[in-house]
Design a protein around this ligand. Structure first.
Ligand SMILES: Nc1nc2c(c(=O)[nH]1)N[C@H]1C(S)=C(S)[C@@H](COP(=O)(O)O)O[C@H]1N2
Ligand SMILES: [Mo]
Length: 256
């Protein structure tokens, strides 16, 4: 039996188990099953697993398919003072912190990231606001960074903390996002420092942004400052696992 078949069988088995619990009456529905059924994004994630598997690859394109330009969306020129200082210094002082549930926390400069194995991929970005663009991204596979920091067995999610925020003063809410380990180790999940053969521009998230190619635009966190490995994101900010999840009820798992 090949691997997707095995996964499918496991999942169908789990679904049958859940059904049996439901038939047994409400008092017997265990809370894990309730949580699963309550969450559309969990269902979406389950469906993704079922259809071809989470390890399937997003479509890649050729240079001929590239959009003439890659538009920016959301924050495109963050005014946050700490970020302005980094821009002014040509990002020489920028570091990516990787910490939380890891054996070996790291603080990585752009030069260090550029020395690591690189991957270039041409993919389509789909924004829920109704536009798409095809761009060529270059960066270090997130899996290689995880190899350096060695996640602890308890780590289940990666939270990406960004330099930019929406709103100002007291009500300023930083952008952030999160993904699970399946996506973190996926070969097309990269920390990109290049777009269309150039250094990643400020518009698109300089100096480093996430590309997690099987999910929608809002998961592609720009202006990365810190990756925190956690067991749960429930206690972080609004608890939804991301800025738009917290503020507009977007699905946590935005599979495409
Ligand atoms: N830090 C940060 N990341 C972000 C956003 C943002 O405003 N801030 N916007 C998101 C949304 S909704 C989209 S569609 C893409 C846009 O990426 P682009 O500016 O490169 O087009 O980034 C996502 N990541
Ligand atoms: Mo978006």
């Amino acid at each position: 039996m090949n691997e997707p078949d095995q996964r499918r069988r496991l999942l169908l088995g789990a679904a049958a188990g859940a059904g049996a619990l439901l038939l047994g009456g409400c008092e017997r529905v265990d809370s894990r099953v309730e949580g699963l059924l309550a969450s559309a994004s969990t269902l979406n994630r389950g469906v993704h697993k079922l259809l071809g598997g989470r390890r399937s690859m997003a479509q890649e394109f050729s240079v001929a398919d590239l959009s003439p330009g890659f538009r920016g969306n959301g924050n495109v020129d963050p005014g946050d003072p700490a970020y302005r200082d980094l821009v002014a210094g040509g990002f020489a002082a920028w570091r990516l912190a990787v910490d939380g549930l890891v054996a070996q926390p790291a603080s990585l400069s752009l030069a260090q990231l550029r020395l690591m194995p690189a991957r270039t991929q041409i993919t389509r970005h789909d924004c829920v606001e109704g536009w798409s663009a095809i761009g060529q991204w270059t960066g270090v596979p997130l899996a290689r960074v995880l190899d350096l920091v060695r996640p602890l067995p308890r780590a289940r999610f990666l939270v990406f903390h960004c330099a930019d925020s929406f709103g100002s003063g007291e009500s300023a809410a930083p952008y952030y996002e999160s993904i699970d380990m399946d996506d973190a180790y996926h070969p097309q999940t990269i920390l990109a420092y290049g777009l269309n053969g150039q250094a990643l521009p400020v518009t698109n998230g300089a100096p480093l942004r996430l590309r997690v190619e099987r999910q929608l635009g809002y998961k592609q966190a720009k202006y990365l400052m810190r990756i925190e490995l956690v067991e749960s994101y429930a206690a972080i900010r609004g608890g939804g696992g991301g800025y738009w999840e917290d503020h507009s009820g977007y699905a946590w798992y935005a599979g495409i």
